[in-house]
Design a protein around this ligand. Structure first.
Ligand code: FMN
Length: 326
């Protein structure tokens, strides 16, 4: 059995994989705020990569470090997709074993895999054998009727037994039927202790905790118990939160950039982005909440959302949105 242990420094803090959000444009925006955090792709179906759809995983090099998240349940296909990801320069590969959407269940991957921990183990083992970069699994504490402490220990223990040394755990179970993916992110209660307790049984396992974390103070508390924290929706709601990560969590000397400083750097990024032939809206959508909580934020957001989709929208749309706050 090969053991895959590296836990990269960046994984102290990561931004969660989110379909339709954490694409390349999002990650370029995120890099204005943090150089140190680990970023993720959206979930990419392993089958799509095996069929040559590698345009799905193109990235601008300066988005790294970044984890490619794969969905699938066929160890050989996942291994091939992982190798493609490694060749594209991704820092790590992650297997999605926690996403409960119908589409994903039909493909027999995501959260449904939790009902077959050995299959998760076989998948991750095949992926680890195919690449020389770290491979992790993202899962939850339970699924349907499998939701007690013993099950969580069995699930994680099985993955550990196959040699995987990093799991990301969303600290709530999911219901495969009866709840929408969105409800599955709010209705089942969070149980952080269930995740913390795993450290007693698996001291050599690197654990990243996820679910409901909304600020960096909470991150510090979690980091007293586990190796990494992962935030998703909090970053959508307030991308500026990322600006504090390098200083406050990674201990960098450089002071935290102001929102204004970030905004001016985003203007430069937008220039580059447009010059590459992209549309402004694909970048601007990730900064609609840049001024969340500030006076005039609503005017900024309204102006930007109304104008960013216009044909030929340029950097001036961002500038005018900013001016609308005053
Ligand atoms: C819009 C959206 C899309 C998501 N897509 C994925 C995905 O592709 N893969 C995945 O593992 N989790 C996905 N998730 C779940 C998040 O990665 C994360 O586990 C969840 O939102 C809980 O973390 P949070 O409370 O910090 O948001 C998604 C969540 C959201 C809100």
């Amino acid at each position: 059995m090969s053991v895959n242990s590296p836990f990269l420094e960046a994984e102290l803090f990561s931004v969660a994989p989110m379909v339709d959000v954490t694409n390349s444009a999002f990650r370029r925006v995120a890099r204005v705020f943090t150089k140190r955090a680990m970023l993720y792709t959206e979930m990419i179906a392993a089958e799509a990569l095996c069929h040559g759809k590698t345009n799905l995983i193109k990235h601008a090099g300066n988005e790294l470090p970044c984890v490619l998240q794969l969905g699938g349940s066929d160890p050989r296909r996942l291994a091939l997709a992982a190798k493609i990801g490694e060749d594209f320069g991704y820092s790590c590969i992650n297997l999605n074993a926690g996403c409960p959407s119908d589409k994903v269940q039909q493909g027999r991957f995501g959260a449904v895999l939790m009902k077959d921990p050995d299959l998760i183990g076989q998948c991750v083992s095949a992926m680890m054998n195919a690449v020389s970069i770290p491979v992790s699994v993202k899962t939850r504490i339970g699924v349907d009727e499998f939701d007690n402490e013993d099950f969580t220990r069995y699930l994680i223990g099985t993955i550990f037994g196959y040699g995987c040394r990093h799991v990301i755990i969303h600290a709530r179970k999911c219901w495969l039927e009866g709840l929408s993916p969105k409800e599955n992110r709010t209705v089942p209660p969070l149980d952080y202790d269930r995740v913390y307790n795993l450290k007693n049984d698996f001291p050599d396992l690197n654990i990243t905790i996820n679910g409901g974390i909304t600020d960096l103070c909470q991150c510090v508390i979690h980091l007293n118990h586990v190796e990494g924290v992962m935030l998703g929706r909090a970053v959508i709601d307030n991308p500026y939160l990322l600006a504090g990560v390098d200083h406050e969590l990674f201990g960098d000397d450089a002071p935290v950039k102001s929102r204004e400083q970030c905004f001016y750097e985003l203007l430069d990024l937008a220039e580059t982005f447009l010059s590459e032939g992209h549309k402004l809206q694909h970048l601007a959508i990730h900064v609609l909440n840049l001024f969340a909580g500030c006076p005039g934020a609503r005017n900024y957001r309204r102006y930007l959302s109304e104008h960013m989709t216009q044909e030929h929208a340029g950097v001036e749309v961002l500038e005018k949105a900013y001016a609308a706050m005053q």
